[in-house]
Design a binder for this molecule. Structure first.
Ligand code: NAD
Length: 376
């Protein structure tokens, strides 16, 4: 169903929308993450299913996002942007995408005139996130950008500004924030259910056996911290509900023939204002998916903690049990409702900027021989 609006009404509602979004984002960030998830159960202002265009049809779009978009209720796969002509045909047949909703990187900006597309989802190598987010914002479309947000803080700030200037929403593909057991672990930490959190141990990694792809190329935003260590970083920030004061970090490389530009593994330690210490790692060397939180009066863990399915939590009171739902479908549905109805976004651009600043501090510590770097 399409919404028919005159351009002045459209502008007006966009202005209202952006006001609501920025006002609401602050309060949602401070409140329990569970509040946001009830968005899906509430009656929304409009019934319009939001059209999403995926930009970049690699692994994550093909294997996770497009299938998830077959399960979503508030949004659907309306269009694609690809540089590979053979994918146009395959995708258009498989997902019934009309030719008028298929773009390449050259004619991408013409998407501005396409009313079927409400949201553009950037699923490109990390070094391309800033350019395509800014182009999508200029086309007047809401944006979801994959993690990590961009190469550096300056790019993140430009992306946030472009979305503000064009009065569109911006969110990031931090899917774990939409996962129910993860949300409970965050609540246990923030509400100090087992007392104040003192220590967080987290390791996120998988075994990469070949170099050469963009994940191993520095200029393309590759590296274990950017790609997978970011899950451990997010976990520590969300469980404490605080921003780290400083970081120390070390890099390891047992296979320099594969990892020529980026390390194989990064180990990093964060100090939080409340005194919590987090000892974390991101690795291309080994599959690991453990999060263990030690609090004054107890403990809780997630294992696995960053995988697409099977997230399991345990506390001294027993296992945490929640129904499993498709993470990407829940994420995109909730974002679509926020964009459409001007409801607070669970994940804003600022969230991506904070992580990128810490990732840069991790790099600075490594290049300074593991020195302590203040995070500003
Ligand atoms: P991928 O390499 O499989 O796909 C990247 C796509 O970008 C390909 O279709 C490729 O053709 C296209 N592309 C366009 N220009 C390119 C260029 N100059 N060089 C290389 N590729 C180019 O990568 P992916 O695994 O799909 O990752 C894409 C993004 O999604 C990354 O930002 C990644 O961090 C993110 N991601 C997120 C999750 C998650 O769980 N949230 C999981 C996987 C990937």
């Amino acid at each position: 169903m399409k919404i028919n609006q005159s351009s002045s009404t459209k502008k007006h509602s966009r202005r209202d929308f952006i006001k609501q979004l920025s006002a609401g984002a602050a309060s949602l960030a401070l409140s329990s993450p569970l509040i946001g998830s009830s968005l899906l159960n509430k009656k929304t202002k409009s019934d319009k299913k939001m059209g999403i265009a995926l930009v970049g049809l690699g692994y994550y779009s093909r294997d996770l996002l497009a299938p998830a978009l077959q399960e979503t209720k508030e949004c659907y796969l309306a269009g694609i942007v690809t540089g590979t002509p053979s994918k146009e045909e395959t995708w258009s047949e498989k997902y019934n995408i009309p030719q008028k909703n298929i773009y390449n990187y050259e004619n991408f900006d013409e998407i501005a005139d396409n009313d079927d597309i409400d949201i553009i989802y950037i699923v490109l190598p990390n070094s391309m996130h800033a350019e395509y987010t800014i182009r999508a914002a200029k086309a007047g479309k809401h944006v979801i950008c994959e993690k990590p947000m961009a190469l550096n803080a300056r790019e993140c700030e430009e992306m946030i500004k472009a979305c503000e200037n064009n009065k569109v929403g911006l969110s990031l593909g931090y899917r774990m924030q939409f996962e129910r057991t993860t949300q409970e672990i965050i609540r246990l930490g923030r509400d100090e259910v087992y007392g104040k959190v003192k220590l967080i141990n987290g390791a996120a990694g998988f075994r990469m056996n070949r170099g050469g792809a963009w994940r191993t190329i520095k200029a393309m935003g590759g590296g274990p911290m950017e790609d997978i260590g970011i899950y451990a970083l997010q976990a520590a920030r969300l469980v404490t509900g605080e921003e780290p004061l400083s970081v120390t970090a070390q890099a390891y490389n047992s296979r320099p023939e594969i990892f020529k530009e980026v390390p194989e593994s990064v180990s990093f330690q964060l100090l939080f204002p409340g005194g919590t210490i987090a000892s974390l790692a991101g690795s291309f060397g080994i599959f690991t998916t453990d999060l263990f939180v030690t609090a004054e009066d107890g403990w809780f863990n997630l294992q696995p903690f960053w995988t697409y399915t099977g997230i399991k939590g345990t506390t001294p009171d027993g296992p945490l049990s929640f129904p499993e739902r498709n993470q990407q479908a829940v994420q995109m549905d909730e974002m679509a409702v926020s964009f459409r109805d001007g409801k607070p976004l669970r994940v804003t651009g600022i969230e991506g900027l904070k992580d990128v600043k810490i990732i840069k501090a991790v790099e600075e510590s490594i290049s300074g021989g593991g020195k302590q770097v203040r995070i500003i």
